[in-house]
Design a protein around this ligand. Structure first.
Ligand code: GLU
Ligand code: ZN
Length: 293
């Protein structure tokens, strides 16, 4: 039960990297229902940070498919609102300001390791109770932490500009990070073991998903984040970012991942379960939702 509270602010945060499909719709529906039950607001945010992967066509399709399925939002790229812009590609100044705060406080450091360096330095992965996410970064071995570099090297790096190098947030090794998930209950993970120093800014000048998501959820005053269980490991990282940015984290509600009748994760089946395809086949949102019961 969601307590009735008109200060509730939830969000839908699709990435326009492909067509929306039933897996997205199912998680978003939970988000919308929770906002409704709380008499709260629902914010639509366009997570178009990854400019290499998103296409303008998908943005229009995304809005249309969401409306067709029965989603409605109070703030968003098309309707505006007090926290505009609602497109991540237009929020660079917000991310840059957060980056500067993190740098000033020493929470982050530049890292010159390549993906291969990191892979090669890895010990056997540690056991974690949390669902692995293929997008998850390996636990960073700490090669570029200032204490592992010479004074000369550190002095040199202190003068480096933001763009052109990767930046990582230092996690407190051995600390237990925990939160109470609205669906799964108490969750915890050990920093430095289950996840390590993670990227906040990429050398191509783009903030990481972790940073952009945290900055936006904080600045847009989101009170509850509803998303798929594959992002639980990201939540631990984001909690450390809230801490480093001195911001209050929202509540979290992760939705179980759903498999189709063949055991394939719904989120992986972009093709057949695209909302467009289902619509073209004459399926109605009501009938599709009825199958969730
Ligand atoms: N755009 C992100 C995704 O689709 C949002 C994740 C989130 O809800 O935090 O994976
Ligand atoms: Zn490094």
């Amino acid at each position: 039960m969601v307590p009735k509270n008109s200060s509730y602010r939830g969000r839908l945060a699709p990435s326009p990297t492909g067509l929306l499909h039933l897996g997205h719709a199912r998680t978003f529906w939970v988000a919308q229902e929770r906002a409704r039950a709380a008499c709260g607001q629902l914010i639509l945010r366009n997570d178009d940070l990854d400019t290499a992967r998103w296409k303008l066509d998908f943005v229009d399709a995304m809005l249309e498919d969401l409306r067709w399925f029965g989603f409605a939002w109070n703030e968003g790229p098309d309707v505006g609102g007090p926290h505009a812009p609602y497109e991540q590609s237009r929020r660079g100044a917000h991310y840059a300001a957060a980056f500067e705060r993190l740098r000033a406080s020493g929470a982050i450091y530049p890292c010159t390791c390549t993906r291969r360096d990191v892979q090669q330095a890895l010990a056997a992965p540690h056991e974690s109770a949390h669902a692995p996410n293929p997008n998850d970064e390996p636990v960073y071995p700490g090669t570029c932490r200032p204490e592992n570099l010479s004074a000369e090297e550190n002095a040199k790096r202190a003068a480096w500009p933001r763009d052109g190098v990767n930046w990582r947030l230092r996690v407190p090794d051995g600390a237990e990070i925990s939160f109470r998930d609205g669906h799964f209950g108490e969750q915890s993970a050990t920093a430095g073991r289950e996840f390590g120093d993670f990227l906040v800014w990429r050398k191509d000048g783009v903030p990481s998903y972790q940073l952009a998501c945290t900055v936006d959820d904080a600045e847009m005053r989101i009170t509850e984040v509803v998303r798929g269980a594959d992002l639980i490991m990201s939540t631990f990282r984001q909690l450390l970012l809230y801490r480093a940015l001195d911001a209050t984290p929202p509540a979290f509600f992760h939705c179980p991942l759903v498999n189709d009748e063949h055991g394939v994760r719904l989120a992986k089946r972009h093709d057949a379960l695209a909302l467009r395809t289902l619509r073209a086949q004459g399926k109605t949102p009501t009938a599709l939702r009825a199958e969730w019961k």
